[in-house]
Ligand binder design. Structure first.
Ligand code: MN
Length: 744
């Protein structure tokens, strides 16, 4: 009985949180959240914050902010527990948390604990950018960042209790790392509060000055602004628009920045006051904009349409600045309720929670939603580009590694310790004899992981890099530096190797070439490409600075001249039957008939890369012609479901007669080749393609697992028959297990 009463008493402290969750309309595991709270309370028992409050007040506040952001049960639990592992190491650990609250919660707490050890202080701008990216990359789950931002926000709200020197460091870190992070994730609300709080500590006098300016001006103009509001309300109502009107003064920080960065006087800042009109539909956004522009004079150059061109962080809105009757300029932002929600909560607004683990695939699916949004609204942003930059920014295409001194080095994923050494300095790479990861000796071709500390062991007696390193390194930087070394240090060796390679090529063309003819060919070729003599050319080929393939045509030329000058045959002049300019796949009409019309502007969708012969359908974009998809492209299947755009799908067919006349391979085919990793694999594939006279437009390889690789290949292609014959030939290559069309 008394136990129960005690519990009820304890729950009083999280009453606010519990009622927030209740009214949110979302599903939460309230029992689990209560348990996380009770456990955190027990762990932090007897600990106090600098302000004198019991420590548990901090996790409670962080949990409240987390819940207000709309995050899920596990995030709220992690918010309660985020300081337990670090602050109470003798009472609890990740293993215990996992048993009590599951692997998701312990994973989130683990991420939060790791992030807390990163110290920014006064590092340079470039370094800070790395830290921001590292934070994103290191947190395997984006929720870690969300909770971390909530934690930081509460620490900033209570920063006054900390000693002076701590305040400065924390405020600086907030301004340089956490506010931009919140901005990038589109969480405007948290970003603005972080900026304002940080500014109030970093420049308290400037902060007060701007704040007073705003209050004074607001006081002077309040009546006028009230008039503007009622005037606008009246007009919008006339047009039967359902809307909410919000008037707000811009944040202190945003005005401070304009005053000091653009050195403007306060009175020169036009949009210190902003009106926000929130409507139901996109159409109403534009209608409302028309009404506003009819009522007031708009300031030229200040209109921005972020609805048709959303910002990379997904922000959508219309912005315009107009001049009121009384001569006061003010900004008007117009957006739908949904856009408003995204503006406030960013990616968090779209975060869908499932009980299971959240895989890379789910994240990708989520991002696809954004791409669809953009694709269907307008063609002005290339959805592929956008997706790519979003992924690079937010997800893990990079590895961040520490030097023993604590500097961060960013490497592309899959880079080795050799790449790391050359990233530090070529002298370090050239003298490298070994390496340590987290203090343990590691093979130099190993790939370091996020957050690991890497130390390169060097020796002045090192004989320099090995040629094999060229096959191991991942970055162009390391490859170039290694080649430079060979160029400088191993000239005689390079010349021998390069000459042997050139000899091999000459033999392929003219088996019977004599020694002196070979020498003459190489010398002539060297002069022809602007080199001093044969040795220079052999040296370049030898250290890898010049690929023979680049000069192959010229080499053939010289062989023909030197070896068989008298055997010159009359040249066959090729006459094309019909002169048709080849149409590149991105070009105008591209061999497509749109709804019976020839010569319409079309583009080929990158999602499915249709080839002549494929069943196709067109989608009318705004301003970018008709975009052509394969009929069975998932974007078509999904896109057809939207009633709004149904009328924009249009019948299209290939103009096969036109395509036949083109002769050239004007289309691009995209395939993925699955194969067992084998030393000659790439050579076999490229040789087979060269043999078929198929030109490659892009090829890259990635590891699928330990033994298997995936080759992404794009090649120029005539039509579907051509495609089928190329793929059939490739399938015959040993070690290739499967080939599929398109990118996955
Ligand atoms: Mn904390």
């Amino acid at each position: 009985m008394s136990q129960e009463v005690k519990l009820e008493e304890k729950y009083l402290a999280i009453e606010k949180l519990l009622s927030m969750l209740k009214v949110s309309g979302k599903k939460y595991d309230i029992e689990k959240i209560k348990l996380a709270y009770l456990y955190a309370d027990e762990m932090h028992e007897g600990q106090f914050r600098k302000s004198g409050e019991p420590y548990i007040s901090h996790p409670i506040a962080v949990a409240e902010i987390t819940a207000a952001l709309g995050l899920d049960t596990d995030s709220i639990c992690a918010a309660f527990l985020h300081d337990t592992v670090e602050d109470c190491p003798d009472k609890t650990n990740l293993g215990i948390l996992e048993k009590k609250f599951g692997s998701e919660v312990s994973m989130l707490v683990d991420g939060l604990t790791k992030l807390s050890t990163i110290n920014v202080e006064d590092k340079e701008e470039a370094q800070i950018e790395n830290i921001r990216r590292m934070l994103l990359a290191m947190s395997k789950d984006i929720r870690v960042i969300f909770v971390k931002l909530c934690d930081r926000l509460h620490n900033m709200r209570t920063l006054y209790a900390k000693p002076e020197n701590k305040r400065r460091i924390t405020a600086l870190e907030t301004m340089h790392v956490y506010a931009p992070l919140a901005h990038r994730l589109g969480i405007q609300k948290i970003k603005q509060e972080l900026e304002n709080l940080a500014l109030s500590y970093l420049d308290p006098i400037g902060y007060e000055e701007v704040k007073q300016h705003i209050e004074r001006k607001y006081g002077q103009t309040q009546n006028l602004l009230d008039n503007v509001r009622s005037h606008i309300t009246e007009n919008l109502e006339k047009y039967n628009i359902h809307f909410t009107l919000e008037g707000r003064v811009k944040t202190v920080y945003s005005i401070y920045r304009k005053m000091f960065n653009q050195s403007k006087e306060f009175d020169e800042i036009y949009d210190f006051y902003a009106l926000r009109i929130i409507v139901e539909t996109e159409l109403e956004c534009y209608t409302a904009l028309g009404i506003i522009h009819e009522m007031y004079k708009s300031m030229p150059g200040r209109f921005k349409d972020y609805i048709s061109t959303p910002k990379p962080n997904m922000y959508q809105s219309l912005h315009t600045t107009v001049i009121g009757r009384e001569g006061i300029p003010f900004e008007v932002q117009i957006r739908t309720r949904e856009m408003h929600h995204i503006a406030e909560y960013g990616i968090a607004a779209h975060w869908k929670y499932k009980s299971g683990a959240q895989s890379r695939e789910e994240i990708d699916n989520k991002l696809q939603w954004i791409s669809k949004l953009i694709d269907s609204e307008d063609g002005t942003i290339d959805a592929d580009d956008f997706m790519h930059s979003l992924k690079i920014d937010i997800f893990h295409d990079e590895t961040f590694v520490f030097t023993p001194k604590g500097d961060v080095v960013a490497l592309p994923q899959g880079a080795t310790l050799i790449d790391f050494a050359y990233a530090i300095h070529s002298a370090v790479g050239n003298k490298m004899v070994g390496a340590k990861i987290n203090g343990m000796i590691a093979p130099i071709d190993k790939c370091p992981q996020n957050g690991e500390i890497v130390e390169i062991l060097t020796s002045s007696s090192s004989k320099g890099p090995s040629r094999d390193w060229l096959k191991i390194v991942k970055t162009g930087e390391a490859r170039n530096k290694i080649r430079q070394w060979f160029k400088k240090e191993k000239r005689s060796e390079n010349i021998v190797i390069g000459r042997a390679d050139l000899d091999k090529e000459i033999t392929k063309i003219a088996r019977n070439a004599t020694e002196s003819q070979r020498q003459e060919i190489i010398t002539r070729l060297a002069h022809r490409i602007g080199m001093q003599g044969a040795d220079d050319l052999c040296n370049s080929v030898g250290y890898g600075g010049l690929a023979i393939s680049k000069v192959l045509a010229k080499l053939k030329d010289e062989v023909e001249r030197v070896v068989k000058p008298e055997a010159e045959e009359p040249k066959v002049v090729e006459v094309e039957q019909v002169k048709t300019a080849p149409v590149p796949s991105s070009g105008k009409s591209g061999g497509i008939i749109v709804d019976g019309q020839h010569g319409c502007a079309v583009k080929f969708a990158k999602c499915c890369n249709p080839l002549p012969g494929d069943p196709i359908i067109g989608f009318i974009t705004k301003g970018y012609g008709v975009s052509i998809h394969k009929r069975d492209c998932p974007n078509v299947t999904n896109g057809m479901k939207s009633e709004e755009f149904f009328h924009r799908w249009i019948h299209t067919e290939w103009d096969l007669a036109d395509i036949k006349r083109m002769k050239t391979s004007s289309y691009e085919a995209v395939i993925q080749i699955f194969a067992e990793d084998h030393i000659s694999l790439i050579a076999d594939v490229t040789m087979a393609l060269a043999d078929m006279k198929v030109s490659i437009t892009q090829i890259n390889t990635r590891k699928h697992n330990d033994n298997d690789v995936i080759i992404n290949l794009k090649f120029a292609c005539k039509d579907i028959n051509h495609y089928n014959s190329v793929v059939a030939r490739l399938k015959n290559i040993s070690h290739i297990t499967n080939i599929i069309r398109g990118l996955n």
